[in-house]
Design a protein around this ligand. Structure first.
Ligand code: NAD
Ligand code: MG
Length: 392
């Protein structure tokens, strides 16, 4: 049977990689729903290529242009707008059986949670939703029998290395690799004046602007620690980070018998997406195999948490639990957006996250309302700190 795939965040880096893999397998996969934030013309162009049943533009002001563009292109694709339309299509049994959750930021939470509650197969790239509400999401998946395939290179690697039956008793340690980002090896003084253009120029991966900045601050690896904790039910003390500048070893799992399994490959997210789209079978992704002779060497070093405090802040939030990861994530989203707009300096990103975590209490995270409230409060506190110049 053909898998009907909804791609949420279709115009982004992950979304277009997912569509590339889907288009390689017309007998097996079909893009049935495409959704984007606000870029109507990019969404229409994707619809012309992939001919989905439904197209959603999250920004409601884009509906008229989407509808007329689809009609002008002679497409039968139905146009929808608003986040509620995303949630409705995520649960609709006719519309899709698989959801690629590739919206950036906490904005992806509701549609991802809706897909999990509906028992869909979810290819989860939207790591911020797990950081914000990981316990609730994992519980929803268990209760509904939803399958989650991690679409983060590290977590997809770990997913491939762990036993498929879910038995974790033999696992001693999980090691996430990190490229170190564009500023690896620099000290704090050298980071004072770095620009958004320098921060988004990742040495190994081509990604959206938000995750590229997160990679430059190492917050991305911090978010990934929290993500790994939820996906693999592993406590902080058994999660390690190792900097590996070549980005060829995507992560490692160490077992109690002394074995370490790793997954290697070129840095291209289509491999992870193919694992999720094809499983249990392996399917072609368009990514070629790894020629280790050509690469020659694999280097490893410890992360520098003095220069890049975001990693330590995220680790502390994971250990604190409750609403702390939600506060961390929201403050970071505000900080990264302000940095990209040229409103704050690079070093203000960790400063702002630290400020918000110190200013707001960490509460038990026993409901979605509590988490949403923490997210909103952190955004407010971060915005005020920027506006008042406390952090700049
Ligand atoms: P991107 O900026 O390239 O794309 C983001 C997508 O989300 C776009 O299609 C955009 O239209 C959509 N979007 C943004 N705001 C929205 C909203 N409010 N409602 C609906 N849609 C909205 O980002 P990306 O690099 O593709 O990353 C997407 C997610 O995947 C992020 O959570 C990121 O951390 C994760 N991820 C990305 C990579 C990568 O290689 N790019 C790797 C691992 C994880
Ligand atoms: Mg990653």
């Amino acid at each position: 049977m053909i898998r009907r795939v909804a791609v949420f965040g279709a115009t982004g880096s992950i979304g277009t990689s997912a569509l590339d893999v889907i288009a390689r397998h017309p007998q097996r996969l079909r893009a049935s729903v495409l959704a984007a934030g606000s870029n109507v013309s990019a969404l229409i162009a994707l619809c012309a290529t992939h001919r989905p049943d439904h197209a959603v533009i999250a920004d409601p002001s884009g509906l008229t242009a989407l509808r007329s563009g689809l009609r002008a292109a002679g497409l039968a694709t139905q146009a929808h707008a608003g986040m509620a339309a995303l949630d409705a299509l995520a649960v609709d049994a006719e519309a899709c059986d698989t959801v690629v959750a590739a919206i950036v930021g906490a904005a992806g939470l509701d549609s991802t949670l809706a897909a999990l509650r509906a028992g869909k197969r979810v290819l989860l790239a939207n790591k911020e939703s797990l950081v914000l509400a990981g316990d609730l999401m994992m519980r929803a998946a268990r209760e509904a029998g939803a399958v989650i395939v991690p679409i983060d290179s590290e977590h997809n690697a770990i997913h491939q290395c762990l036993p498929a039956d879910g038995d974790r008793s033999g696992v001693a340690r999980i090691v996430l690799t990190a490229s170190g980002g564009p500023f690896r090896g620099r000290d704090r003084a050298a980071l004072a004046e770095v620009t958004p253009a320098q921060a988004v120029a990742h040495p190994k991966w081509s990604m959206g602007p938000k995750i590229s900045v997160d990679s430059a601050t190492l917050m991305n690896k911090g978010l990934e620690l929290i993500e790994a904790h939820h996906l693999f039910a592993t406590p902080s003390e058994r999660l390690d980070v190792l900097v590996h500048p070549q980005s060829l070893v995507h992560s490692l799992v160490e077992f109690i018998d002394g074995s370490t399994l790793a997954q290697l490959g070129l840095p291209d997210m289509r491999t992870a997406l193919a694992v999720g789209l094809g499983s249990p079978e392996r399917i072609a992704s368009g990514v070629s195999g790894l020629d280790l002779l050509q690469h020659g060497r694999l280097d490893f070093e410890a992360p520098d948490t003095d220069t890049f405090p975001c990693l330590a802040l995220a680790r502390a939030a994971l250990i604190a639990g409750g609403t702390a990861p939600a506060l961390l994530n929201a403050a970071n989203e505000v900080a990264v957006s302000a940095f990209l707009q040229g409103r704050i300096r690079f070093l203000a990103i960790p400063a702002l996250v630290e400020h918000v975590l110190a200013a707001l209490p960490t509460l038990p995270a026993d409901s979605l309302d509590v988490l949403r409230d923490a997210d909103a409060q952190a955004r407010r506190a971060a915005g005020q700190a920027i506006d008042s110049g406390v952090v700049h």
